[in-house]
Design a protein around this ligand. Structure first.
Ligand code: ATP
Length: 367
């Protein structure tokens, strides 16, 4: 089966970590005779602006539409000049264009990389296309505005439709995961009576369709404390956009930092692997960025493609990456500095790619 993957390097450390993730993906599908992985590069980000005059050329969006899935490196839009309309932030546009409404961000303890806890296994399911983020709201014309120099306003958009969709994505994820089969919804309903009222009303309705999944909810501030004190108790954490952005970074901090924070953006038709972290300009070009987040993001993409197309070869390839990552981190000789090692991005990526050829999927099943 042919799988066409659009690959976008992005900015900063993207040029270092995305090639490692691609090499690992290729190594993981190599033993699968039925999987024909086709990789198609697409320009995006600052290098695209320098080459083509736009950070997101229309040809990129058109080309991606013909792909089965995408890999997007980090985007350093905070560094783009503010006065050039061609320097747009590409990722919210891609997420909206392809209706990638659910952002899945796992935080998993992996051996030596988890200094605080060795037993965390969480999934933050974050709504992607509305909320407080002015550049992501699906309701046209809303965002931030500033009536005078001394005051500015931000509009939070919450719709019943998106709330129901993200809630369903969270409950489905809880069913698929080998976890505690629990969804915890996060809100601040006591203050945001209308917006979090609509959100929680939709979530509570959806929860009734999943009697096999435990359900509870927390105010966001209380939950931020519980997440630090007893992260082991949680499974799937269902959030609106901004709360999910913050809590997923907090969860990443529990398991080794942003280099350990993968993500997948999903919709009904497409999915895009995208690490949670940014372009890390402070370490870009030094060859020390941790490729884990990008590699595990592409693993999630293969898993999604495998489930969507009922294709066991892709599912096995994803499991192979998982085993190879686990093996490499437990082995400890090829870890980047952020998780206590001294290896380069390339060394850690190569070790994971090499491990893909010898890890046993059988061992994975036995745990
Ligand atoms: P953005 O503004 O794009 O959201 P950010 O605020 O998330 O970016 P990052 O670029 O993610 O910021 O960087 C935050 C810190 O985490 C930096 O010190 C950076 O070096 C570190 N960091 C991010 N990604 C990695 C990685 N893959 N490996 C090692 N360190 C990383």
């Amino acid at each position: 089966m042919r799988q066409r993957i659009g690959v976008m390097l992005g900015d900063g450390i993207g040029a270092e970590i995305v090639p490692q993730a691609v090499a690992v993906m290729e190594a993981a599908v190599a033993p699968e005779p039925d999987v024909d992985l086709e990789l198609h590069p697409f320009p995006v980000g600052w290098s695209s602006y320098l080459d083509q005059g736009h950070t997101l050329p229309s040809t990129t969006l058109e080309g991606l539409a013909a792909m089965d899935g995408f890999v997007l490196g980090p985007i350093g839009h905070a560094q783009y000049p503010k006065d050039r309309p061609e320097c747009v932030n590409p990722h919210p546009i891609i997420r909206k264009h392809f209706d990638l409404f659910a952002n899945l961000r796992p935080a998993q303890s992996r051996h030596a990389s988890s200094p605080l806890h060795d037993d965390v296994d969480l999934l933050v399911v974050r709504e992607n296309n509305e909320g407080f983020q002015p550049d992501r709201n699906m309701v046209a014309g809303c965002g931030e505005f500033q009536p005078n120099e001394d005051a500015a306003f931000s509009i939070r958009v919450i719709t019943r439709r998106q709330s129901e969709r993200i809630a369903r994505a969270a409950f489905e994820a809880a069913r698929r995961r080998d976890g505690k089969r629990r969804v915890t919804a996060i809100h601040k309903r006591s203050v945001f009576k209308l917006t979090d009222g609509v959100f929680m009303d939709a979530v509570e309705r959806v929860a009734k369709d999943y009697p096999d999944i435990a359900f509870d909810d927390y105010q966001v501030d209380t939950f931020a404390m519980h997440l630090v004190m007893r992260p082991q108790d949680f499974d799937v954490i269902l959030c609106t956009n901004l709360f999910g952005d913050i809590l997923s970074d907090e969860a990443a901090g529990l398991v080794g930092g942003l280099g350990m924070a993968p993500g997948l953006n999903t919709g009904d038709d497409y999915a895009m692997a995208q690490a949670t972290h940014g372009s890390a300009p402070d370490i870009a070009g030094k060859g020390v960025a941790n490729p884990y987040a990008m590699i595990v993001s592409t693993k999630m993409l293969l898993e999604w493609l495998g489930a969507e197309g009922s294709h066991d070869g892709l599912t096995r390839a994803a499991r192979r990456i998982d085993r190879a990552v686990e093996h490499t981190i437990a082995d400890g000789r090829h870890l980047t500095p952020d998780i206590g090692g001294s290896a380069s991005t390339h060394d850690m990526g190569s070790a994971i790619a090499d491990a893909c050829s010898h890890v046993s999927l059988e061992a994975d099943r036995k745990g």
